[in-house]
Design a protein. Structure first.
Ligand SMILES: Cc1cc2nc3c(=O)[nH]c(=O)nc-3n(C[C@H](O)[C@H](O)[C@H](O)COP(=O)(O)OP(=O)(O)OC[C@H]3O[C@@H](n4cnc5c(N)ncnc54)[C@H](O)[C@@H]3O)c2cc1C
Length: 477
């Protein structure tokens, strides 16, 4: 008789990979299907949203959840975190008042302190008193006179390096430096894939597309689902749908429906001249979807920079956001966007959009005008549960017995989803009660830094990106 798995997970993005990792560490038998060559190969991520400061309009509650979930994920995958801060500013042309962001910061410091009181190991964003620092115009003028520092060690040193490059006359005063860090997807993917390959508790099926699912819950068998991949059938007790923007496809085959949006977006890879000292991620806020949408410059190793511009001719796309309806469980993009998802980009469009992004950032960082195209875009489609496109925290839903649908909007929610699913399978008596549940994962902790370096570099190259994107700006000890 063929093996019966406790859990069958469809989709090896960050969500599916973390469900598999957390399950395997408790000895739960899983099978994980990913249609691509490697794990965490879907839409990109580069920013650890530890406080939601990139989103002036979200609720305090979403900011707190983003902070907590980001800390949890950073503790699970420390080797993927780039410990450089984020510079936050609002251009004078924008309607937002700086107060909209500064007014939340003390609440976030208090919450961060609470998290550290609960567990001192949560202190991964530095001391709470250093979580943010506010700079008025006169502070910036003074810091511009200080020499640049190759590897800054204080908020003032980061700001001093930054302010010499920025046209701060265009920005409202004050500006902010906050401890929201960089997040390297190649390193996270590498660590997850190495750990799952080594454990006997996960049958990792890469290059394997799930083509059908049979619901046998009412047949009184020893298992609940048959997962079909080509001509092989896998028997599982619990089904996890972590197909990202394709979760609707699985729902469709199970005759389930749920409101959902899917959105296609892209960031661009650029190469710039060497500059005297490291800089933080740079954020110039603006109203999304207008010609002045937010500009974001994310520094990587080797003078590479990833760029977002929240306008239709840079990160966003005409018809890039589509929704489900009563007859269409899985929303569909038009042909043009489908081709891009499947890696068919015209060179002209890569060049034009990357150059648009460079010019967009150069409005605030004039010398960035000399940057050039540094590689293919980093792009993908993601899901947003419900019908509110500004939602930033999605987790998991349990629409029927023995079935979970992961609906994360940010990569940081992956561990929360995994924990909720593991609780659910205990409730359903699919596995015995786990007495000592914790977030720590021995399977991940066993992977050495050298192994991560090697695998992350292999993944970047395999996906057509410069190898430098797999490295951290600030190497871990
Ligand atoms: C441009 C952009 C920038 C972003 N930046 C950030 C950021 O800075 N920080 C952040 O936290 N989040 C960011 N996000 C969001 C983040 O990328 C997503 O929330 C996250 O990657 C979703 O992970 P997932 O595992 O749910 O889905 P996915 O990563 O999409 O994984 C789903 C997987 O399922 C597989 N799959 C689908 N169908 C099948 C099938 N039938 N059989 C087998 N496999 C299948 C797919 O191949 C895919 O690998 C960004 C998103 C975009 C688009």
């Amino acid at each position: 008789m063929s093996k019966i798995y406790n859990i069958g997970i469809i989709g090896g993005g960050v969500s599916g990979a973390v469900v598999a990792l957390q399950s395997a560490k408790y000895g739960i038998d899983t099978v994980l299907f990913e249609q691509e060559k490697s794990l965490v190969n879907g839409p990109p991520f580069c920013h650890l949203h530890a406080g939601g400061n990139l989103y002036p309009d979200i609720s305090d509650e979403q900011c707190r959840i983003l902070m907590k979930q980001s800390i949890d994920m950073a503790r699970l995958f420390p080797q993927s975190i780039d410990e450089r801060p984020t510079f936050i500013s609002i251009p004078k042309t924008e309607k937002y008042e700086v107060e909209k962001i500064t007014s939340r910061l003390e609440m976030l410091v208090a919450y961060y302190t609470e998290l550290i009181n609960e567990d001192p190991n949560n202190e991964i964003l530095g001391s709470p008193k250093d979580y943010y620092k506010i700079y008025a115009k006169k502070d910036l003028i003074a810091l511009a006179e200080k020499p640049s520092v190759k590897r800054p060690n204080s908020a003032d040193e980061w700001m001093s390096n930054t302010i010499k490059l920025i046209d701060h006359e265009k920005l409202k005063s004050p500006v902010i430096l906050v401890q929201e860090y960089g997040w390297n997807l190649f390193r996270l993917g590498a660590q997850a894939q190495l750990a799952l390959t080594k454990t006997e508790k996960c049958n990792l099926k890469l290059n394997t597309s799930v083509t059908n699912i049979k619901d046998v819950r009412d047949q009184n068998l020893d298992y609940n689902w048959e997962i079909v991949t080509g001509d092989i059938v896998y028997k599982v007790n619990y089904l996890v749908n972590s197909c990202g923007f394709k979760t609707g496809k699985i729902d469709e085959s199970l005759h389930l429906n749920a409101k959902r949006l899917i959105e296609f977006k892209a960031a661009y890879v650029s190469k710039w001249q060497a500059i005297p000292g490291l800089i933080p991620e740079l954020i110039f806020h603006g109203e999304r979807g207008t010609p002045n949408g937010m500009a974001q410059l994310t520094p990587y190793f080797g003078d590479y920079y990833q760029l977002h511009g929240m306008t239709k001719d840079i990160t966003l796309f005409e018809n890039g956001l589509v929704h489900s309806n009563e007859n269409e469980v899985q929303p569909e993009f038009n042909e043009d966007i489908n081709q891009k998802i499947h890696r068919v980009w015209e060179d002209d469009e890569i060049n034009t959009r990357t150059k648009n992004a460079i010019d967009f950032v150069a409005k605030f960082v004039p010398s960035f005008k000399s940057a050039t195209v540094g590689g293919p875009p980093m792009y993908g489609a993601q899901q947003i549960p419900g019908d509110d496109p500004s939602l930033r925290v999605g987790e998991v839903s349990f629409p029927s017995k023995s079935y979970a649908r992961s609906v994360i909007v940010k990569a940081s929610s992956a561990l929360t989803v995994a924990n909720k699913i593991i609780n659910k399978i205990q409730e359903e008596n699919i596995i015995p009660t786990i007495h000592a549940q914790s977030n720590q994962n021995i399977l991940l902790d066993r992977i050495s830094n050298d192994e991560i370096d090697e695998k992350a570099s292999e993944l970047a190259i395999q996906r057509g990106y410069p190898e430098a994107l797999s490295r951290l700006l600030i190497k871990k000890n």
